[in-house]
Ligand binder design. Structure first.
Ligand code: HEM
Ligand code: HEM
Length: 180
């Protein structure tokens, strides 16, 4: 029986597709969120941006639900032999934090929008049901937490991307290829 070493084993195709779909959505949704909240825009443009932000957020939540189910069922490849024990520990903490944030963020956005109350359309195809009843104060609080966590997610994602590029471009130790 062939024994694959940890470094040789890639993430599965399903894990890779889910990773890059979510990554692309996140790379779109964060700047969209920051722009729609902070930049002076014509109403129609702002509305479109809000609708796209909400739609991609719901898509992320759906993809993450599949991803968590997949991860719990099939696991992930063993640690890359290129990582020191400390790097491995840090990467586990970062990945776990990303999973938690990628589930918490859309739920907070959805709940905060429902409490406002405003609709949560998904690519003009359908609307999500309200998660909570009307409550302006609650909406303000939920969306404020959504905003703070959004900046935390941005910082963690930048750290993660920098680490991925460091392994892929500088160290060229096979860690990045596990996800490509
Ligand atoms: C992973 C998914 C999501 C991420 C990373 C994300 C990220 C962000 C960010 C960075 C902001 C800007 C915060 C600021 O500048 O103060 C924002 C604002 C906002 N997001 Fe999201 N978001 C996500 C999902 C959602 C979803 C699913 C909804 C609603 C269904 C939503 C609704 C909103 C709303 C209403 C605002 C404006 C809040 C305000 O006016 O202060 N977001 N989001
Ligand atoms: C250019 C951008 C990115 C690169 C180069 C990259 C690279 C990687 C690599 C190489 C791994 C596997 C690490 C290992 O084998 O130990 C990984 C895992 C992961 N990435 Fe990324 N990534 C990028 C963007 C993102 C974004 C934007 C997110 C979400 C915010 C994300 C979330 C994750 C998560 C949650 C894992 C853990 C997967 C698991 O073990 O189930 N990545 N990434």
């Amino acid at each position: 029986m062939a024994t694959a070493t940890a470094v040789e084993r890639d993430y599965s195709l399903v894990a890779k597709v889910l990773h890059w779909l979510v990554a692309a959505c996140v790379i779109f949704i964060i700047p969209a969120g920051i722009v729609m909240v902070n930049v002076e825009l014509p109403d129609a443009t702002r509305n479109t941006l809000y609708n796209l932000h909400k739609s991609f957020g719901v898509l992320i939540l759906g993809l993450m639900a599949v991803r968590v189910g997949y991860r719990l069922t099939f696991g992930a490849p063993a640690a890359s032999g290129a990582l020191t024990p400390t790097q491995y520990l840090v990467s586990r903490i970062v990945h776990f934090t990303l999973y938690v944030l990628l589930i918490a963020m859309p739920i907070l956005g959805w709940a905060g929008t429902s409490a406002f109350p405003a609709p949560v359309p998904v690519f003009g195809l359908f609307e999500m049901p309200a998660l909570v009843g009307e409550d302006r104060e609650l909406s303000k609080q939920l969306l404020a937490i959504h905003g703070y966590l959004g900046f935390f997610l941005t910082a963690v994602a930048i750290l993660h991307i920098a680490a991925g590029l460091y392994h892929g471009v500088i160290r060229r130790d096979g860690v990045l290829s596990r996800m490509i």
